[in-house]
Design a protein around this ligand. Structure first.
Ligand SMILES: [Zn+2]
Length: 90
């Protein structure tokens, strides 16, 4: 269940969006610029979406609400029965 409070600024009563937080480490004299995407999904308000780096996260991952139309039924028929019917004598 999605949180009702922004996990970045703790603002309430705002529509929240699932995101993955992105840490951007600017280039320094002894370090190269680095971008780290956090694997955990957070819920942010639009203000935070506007101000902080992030990646959009698929909402289905956390809520499971939308059905996935790509799922094909597995038609593999593995019922390979070695049983032979008993011989019939008439
Ligand atoms: Zn926020």
């Amino acid at each position: 269940m999605p949180a009702s409070v922004c996990q970045s600024c703790a603002r309430e009563d705002e529509p929240l969006h699932p995101v993955k937080r992105v840490y951007v480490q600017p280039e320094a004299w002894d370090a190269e610029p680095k971008i780290t995407v956090v694997d955990e999904i957070e819920w942010w308000c639009v203000v935070c979406l506007d101000h902080y780096p992030h990646e959009p996260a698929p909402e289905a991952l956390s809520s499971g609400g939308s059905p996935d139309p790509g799922g094909a039924p597995d038609e593999g028929d593995y019922t390979n029965k070695p049983g032979t019917p008993p011989p019939r004598t008439a």
